[in-house]
Design a protein around this ligand. Structure first.
Ligand code: CTP
Length: 401
């Protein structure tokens, strides 16, 4: 999808600038024309020589070329680009972008750009968590800038926390999905409800019953549906990831009962519902008001009650024309179990994955699925792919319905 696209790669002064060379290489390999615009501080971290060799174009940093006096038109550049990505985006550049401090070529180009703009923040964890950064990111978000959230891990300071620039491969995948969605907005005008992540069922104020779901698959589907033009409601259990797309409304819930209420709300006028959440099947019959103490605990069992089946509840209320999609994550006899769920929950389509397949299941960045349909069309069998690609396959299958 990046073939022939004009992309401005903005590089600012952070350690993660070394990853920008790889990002540039991947973009060029995908067929994009990339113009690097680097801040004066950025050049302290990576040389323009490397970047111009990789992009095949002179790197722009100043308003004028020193010896020839040639003026670099930020206006023309802003009009030329199909997308602009600032990676890494330091706290300082984010602040300048949020407040319009156009004291370098990069921010000036940003202010002149007419194209979608993405930023991949990278900084130390304290800077990332600072109210000022949070405020600036919120302002940029409100201005329509798409934030590719920083990841957590070891930082240049050797501290561990949120602040690592997202990996170049992921940034390319986000851009690719964006252009892919622009090319085919097959869900334009459709309302899509997606459930994602685990649920937590409280035992007492500090403990819960839960599962290993991370929400990655459901969030990838939400991104893809939004890229294809859908208005998405993402009902999410507690997860460590976030989504930043004005077309996605996130409704955060904790328990299965809360998830049911939120899904029922959104299902009323949804065209499509995709149940990707790993809902806990049982909850403690009651949640203790205070922390249960080890020494004074006078029970050795937790009484459980069955949780509502959200997919089946929606299935029983389905209007003609509404499409309901379920998931089945199985450890054995995956196809038979899924076929039974397809019927029992009145689903139109079920996405089957098995923990027996390497690279499939909770927490991985990949998945291997098959799809069964209620209308008898042959099963779809897919290879092991990234969750973003799997999300595209699922949306594709839904649009065929
Ligand atoms: N599901 C749901 N509410 C539940 C349980 C499951 O909405 N209480 C949905 C899931 O989001 C998924 C599908 O139903 O789309 C199948 O989930 P799964 O856990 O595989 O099915 P269960 O009916 O819970 O069956 P089992 O745990 O016995 O395999």
């Amino acid at each position: 999808m990046l073939e022939g696209k004009n992309i401005i790669l903005g590089i600012t002064g952070g350690i993660a600038a070394y990853k920008s060379a790889m990002l540039l290489r991947l973009l060029v390999k995908a067929g994009a024309q990339v113009q690097v615009v680097i801040t004066p501080n950025g050049k302290e971290f990576i040389t323009p020589v490397t970047l111009s060799a990789l992009s095949g174009r002179p790197v722009i940093s100043e308003f004028f070329t020193a010896n020839s006096g040639e003026w670099h038109s930020h206006v023309d550049l802003g009009l030329w680009a199909d997308a602009m990505i600032v990676a890494p985006a330091t706290a300082s550049t984010l602040a300048k972008m949020a407040t319009g401090v156009a004291d370098n070529m990069l921010v000036t180009t940003y202010l002149s750009s007419k194209c979608p703009v993405f930023v991949a923040p990278a900084m130390d964890l304290d800077m990332m968590a600072h109210p000022s950064t949070t405020r600036n990111l919120a302002t940029l978000r409100a201005d329509g800038v798409r934030i590719i959230e920083a990841a957590s891990g070891e930082l240049a300071s050797h501290l561990t926390g949120k602040g690592r620039m997202e990996e170049p491969e992921k940034i390319v995948a986000v851009l690719d999905a964006f252009f892919d969605g622009c090319g085919s907005r097959r869900l334009e005008g459709r309302k899509v409800l997606i459930s994602a992540g685990p649920t937590r069922e409280r035992i007492d104020p500090v403990r819960y019953i839960g599962n290993f779901s991370t929400g990655k698959m459901g969030y990838a589907i939400a991104r893809r549906a939004a890229a294809e033009g859908a208005e998405v409601t993402l009902v999410s259990g507690p997860v460590g990831i976030s989504i930043d797309d004005p077309a996605v409304k996130v409704v955060a819930v904790e328990s299965a009962r809360e998830m049911l209420a939120a899904c029922e709300d959104a299902f009323a006028d949804a065209d499509i519902a995709i149940m990707a959440a790993a809902v806990a099947d049982y909850a403690p019959a009651e949640c203790a008001g205070r922390k249960i103490k080890r020494e004074h605990c006078d029970f050795d069992e937790i009484k459980l009650v069955k949780n509502p089946d959200i997919a089946a509840t929606l299935g029983s209320r389905k209007r003609p024309g509404q499409i309901l999609v379920g998931f089945a994550l199985e450890t054995d006899n995956a196809a038979e179990h899924a076929a039974e769920k397809l019927v029992r929950k009145h689903l139109d389509m079920i996405v089957v994955n098995s923990l027996a397949d390497a690279g499939a299941g909770f927490g991985t960045d990949t998945n291997k699925i098959s799809i069964q349909y209620a209308d008898g069309r042959p099963d779809g069998i897919f290879d092991l792919k990234s969750k973003d690609e799997v999300a595209a396959d699922i949306i594709d299958a839904i649009t065929r319905l």
